[in-house]
Design a protein around this ligand. Structure first.
Ligand code: GDG
Length: 454
């Protein structure tokens, strides 16, 4: 069995991984199965950074992390990755910052990571790089002589060529992809957007599963990421999950709860989501006191201005809705920044009649999948899902909506609120089948198999 080396911006503790969610869960299992090594930033900033990684072991898995100077962190992570690539790749040119110094820092940090990682690599390793922070690390590793198989997976959407080409460094960024043996995107649409760029801007060739440009051939495919479906379902019925569920049911009594769970990020569509809920309350006075909306939104990237501005806007919105509609015995919106442990989160999903997942653009969106997995199959809730989340490609039996269309989202809320149990069961069964078939273990297995074969 070949060793797996996962490379990502952050490295989490494996013990905490099943509780943390997202990428950590996906990687932890694959690393355990393959006696892997996990390499990335330590999460610490220091005055003088040392290239020697901190190495530690947890059971079968080794972690190796490096520190960053504050300056590199600000320019590489908060700067190029989160002020430029994140908004640009989520189709938000209005929020995209173009700063050459940030790009230089991005390249410098990728080179440093490559230099620290190289001595740790063994001949037969499969190296799997994750996400937009690390496009160039494959090229840097190759330049330093790495012969191992290198794979790259992009967790966020790939933008249309008309947007991508606003980035002064678009050519260099895409060229970096061609250094990998295999590139994975979330959905077919992402692959098609890169294909259009390769054909029209690079004069390259494109076929089924491959692209040619820069005199190189790249293998590329969609690998839609899944969740740990069976385990997450069990979380909702575990001691902590069950306790949270009961506590919530008691608190709600016969009210229907709408739940949203999102990192506090402008791509997740939280303001428009609140507008849609407000429209529901406007249109359906009979729903007052009978429905309530819980938005869990742990704070993320607080050092980036766009995030701070957006947070203030959201707080005002929630407060004004409560002022406008609230009664002494009913609060229409509960908006909390608290991060909730995963088992409790499963209990909360289970206690909620409606899962409201309406990002303006999202690579996949795991919350949509978690919400469905946590439901009780005898009396399941309804998922309302944005068409612009990658997850919408697989989850056809959700109520699919255009998140820009407030009226449509408000109508979907009413449809979900009044949906008969037969239809809820039918939709849930079909969604759950998909989630069990393509769970996170399948996802990493498929990617690693493709990376292993020539
Ligand atoms: C990126 C892409 C893609 C959230 N609040 C709490 C909490 N979470 C967990 C959720 C979920 C994860 O965070 C969020 O995953 P998403 O997929 O929804 O979104 P991103 O963070 O933007 O992830 C995305 C993903 O990568 C994977 O490829 O799907 O499109 O943007 O697991 O549950 N977890 C806990 N408490 C919280 O309060 N424990």
């Amino acid at each position: 069995m070949r060793r797996l080396v996962a490379v990502s911006n952050r490295v989490s503790s494996l013990r905490a991984a099943p509780l943390a969610g997202g990428l950590a869960v996906a990687l932890a299992d694959a690393l355990r199965e393959n006696r892997g090594l996990w390499f990335g930033w330590s999460g610490k900033t220091v005055d003088v950074a040392n290239d020697e990684p901190h190495v530690s072991r947890e059971g079968e898995v080794t972690s190796a992390t490096v520190d960053l100077t504050q300056e590199d962190h600000d320019a590489y992570y908060s700067g190029f990755a989160n002020r430029c690539l994140w908004p640009l790749f989520h189709f938000r040119l209005d929020l995209t910052g173009y700063d050459r110094a940030h790009y230089e820092a991005y390249k410098r940090v990728n080179l440093r990571f490559a230099q620290s990682l190289l001595p740790l690599l063994e001949q037969d390793d499969l190296v799997w790089v994750h996400d937009y922070h690390l496009f160039p690390i494959g090229r840097e590793l190759r330049k330093l002589g790495a012969k191992q198989r290198l794979g790259f997976f992009l967790h966020i959407p790939f933008p249309p060529r008309e947007l991508l080409t606003t980035l002064p460094q678009h050519l260099s960024l895409v060229k970096a992809l061609f250094e990998y043996d295999l590139v994975g995107f979330q959905i077919e649409d992402d692959v098609k957007r890169l294909a259009a760029y390769v054909e029209q801007d690079l004069g390259g060739k494109v076929g089924h599963g491959w692209m040619e440009a820069f005199g190189k051939r790249l293998r590329i495919q969609a690998f839609p990421v899944g969740i740990d479906t069976a385990r997450f379902h069990d979380f909702g019925f575990s001691t902590h999950g069950e306790r949270e569920y009961q506590r919530m049911r008691e608190f709600l009594r016969d009210r229907d709860q709408i739940i949203g769970v999102d990192r506090l990020d402008y791509s997740k569509g939280l303001v428009r989501r609140m507008n849609a809920y407000e429209l529901l309350l406007d249109r359906h006075p009979e729903s007052h006191g009978r429905v309530t909306y819980l938005q869990v939104a742990p704070i993320s990237r607080g050092e980036v201005t766009a995030y701070r501005d957006f947070r203030r806007e959201l707080e005002q919105h929630a407060a004004s809705m409560n002022g406008r509609f609230g009664r002494v015995d009913w609060v229409p919106v509960r908006y909390v920044n608290e991060a909730i442990p995963r088992r409790r989160l499963a209990g909360l999903y289970r206690a909620s009649r409606i899962g409201l997942v309406t990002p303006m653009r999202d690579g996949m969106n795991l919350v949509a999948k978690e919400y469905v997995a946590a439901q009780d199959e005898a009396d399941p809730g309804v998922l309302i899902l944005s068409r612009f989340a990658g997850a919408a490609q697989e989850m056809r039996d959700a109520l699919l909506v255009n998140p820009y269309d407030t009226e449509e989202v408000a109508t979907a809320l009413e449809t979900a609120r009044t949906m008969a149990v037969d239809e809820r069961r039918r939709r849930h069964q079909s969604l759950m089948r998909g989630l069990l078939e393509n769970d996170v273990a399948q996802w990493s297995r498929r990617f690693l198999e493709a990376l292993t074969t020539e």
